[in-house]
Design a binder for this molecule. Structure first.
Ligand code: KG4
Ligand code: ZN
Length: 366
């Protein structure tokens, strides 16, 4: 039984999961999340200082609530906490709270990379009908990241590629902001796109047809913004058409590259994850393409409420990568990326080393 704590961005989240013998998935016993998003909506983005100050207020009540709702009959076995990447002030709140609890309760603490955490939302019991088999390919699509990751096992994780500039969610949020969708724009974007005419715009699909597994969305963003600036005012149908054009372009690239990677690495499972994975059209188009290419893979996507940031996925990741380290050695690392904005093979290698160190913490990184 693992208590998960997640505070990498504006959310303050705690959850308790339980793993039963014989069940390949973990059971979510409780899940409690507070968000300061309403306070950031006006500025169209998260203000780190405000997020962290709110998190200090929320963290203990949220953990208490998660523990209470789990109706525990015995003590938890471990604490899993997000150590990065994320906003440093926010990460510190979760990490220092987790360390304090680990010390007071004398429980092991497992540091979790937020991005790996997103993947593990797929291991939370929902309506899956099959077990997740390795090798698995994970597509992580969130506000800050777009990555393709090959998992040969829980312990063997290889980064295949990621965005060279904007993340897919970031492009959606930035374009959405210019057409007056509330931040984060994803849900409004999806709703508008459903009413949009797919023929109205054909936006660029940058580096779609190269052989690498990298992405680039800034050109698409610029093209969409240029189109928006051509209009003095935007009616609802034009907004919907732009949303549809952008969504189609993003989905085309994501699906094409994911299926290419699945073919190349002959994976048995494809795991969708991150906030953008809540997009139904992305799920549908990916499933259709898997069928069309006759890939023999099982497709998994977490329940929608587990796609955006939450502590349940952190608890699940903590369970499957159960290598606790002494609480004194746990520290927040806001730069714990697979790769940064200036993606390079070197950055990727560095990121991979960090992941390996998380999986094998005795290697003294902490
Ligand atoms: O994973 P997440 O909650 O936070 C990060 O770790 O970044 O992802 C948030 C991102 C935002 O960019 C948001 O606009 C996007 O996920 N998002 C969506 C949808 N719901 C959230 N994008 C497309 N369609 C959605 N339904
Ligand atoms: Zn996230």
């Amino acid at each position: 039984m693992v208590l998960g704590i997640e505070t990498s961005c504006d959310e303050t989240s705690a959850a308790v999961i339980e793993k039963e013998t014989g069940n390949p998935f973990v059971k979510l016993l409780s899940h409690s999340t507070a968000s300061s998003m309403a306070q950031h909506a006006e500025t169209g983005g998260v203000i780190p200082e405000i997020a962290a100050r709110n998190q200090i207020q929320y963290i203990i009540p949220i953990i208490n609530q998660a523990l209470k709702e789990a109706q525990l009959t015995r003590a938890i076995d471990a604490i899993a906490v997000t150590i990065g990447p994320g906003l440093i002030g926010s990460l510190l709140v979760g990490v220092e709270t987790a360390k304090t609890l680990a010390f007071v309760w004398n429980k092991p603490i497992v540091p979790v990379n937020h991005l790996i955490g997103h993947i593990y939302a797929n291991w939370i019991e929902g309506n899956q009908t099959k077990s997740i088999l390795f090798p698995a390919l994970a597509l992580i699509v969130s506000g800050g990241h777009t990555d393709l990751v090959l998992m040969k096992s829980h312990k063997h994780i290889q980064w295949l590629g990621g965005t060279k500039d904007d993340a897919s969610g970031e492009a959606i949020d930035k374009i959405g902001r210019r057409i007056n969708f509330p931040y984060p724009a994803g849900p409004a974007f999806e709703k508008a796109a459903a009413k949009g005419n797919p023929q109205a715009y054909h936006f660029p699909r940058p580096i779609m047809h190269d052989n690498a597994f990298d992405f680039s969305f800034s050109g698409l963003k610029t093209a969409a913004l240029r189109e928006i600036y051509k209009h003095k005012t935007l009616d609802d149908q034009t907004r919907a058409n732009i949303a549809r054009g952008v969504q189609d372009a993003i989905i085309d690239v994501l699906v094409y590259k994911t299926c290419n990677a699945a073919e190349k690495h002959q994976v048995t499972s494809i795991l969708l994850s991150g906030g953008v994975a809540a997009n139904q059209m992305l799920r549908d188009v990916l499933q259709k393409e898997i069928k069309k290419r006759e890939l023999s893979v099982q497709f998994f996507a977490p329940e929608k409420f587990l796609c955006t940031d939450n502590a349940a996925m952190i608890a699940a990741a903590g369970y499957f990568n159960n290598k606790p380290i002494p609480w004194k050695k746990v520290s927040a690392d806001s730069e714990l990326y697979f790769e940064g904005k200036n993606a390079s093979p070197q950055a990727a290698r560095m990121a991979l080393n960090i992941i390996r160190k998380i999986n094998e913490p005795e290697t003294t990184h902490f």
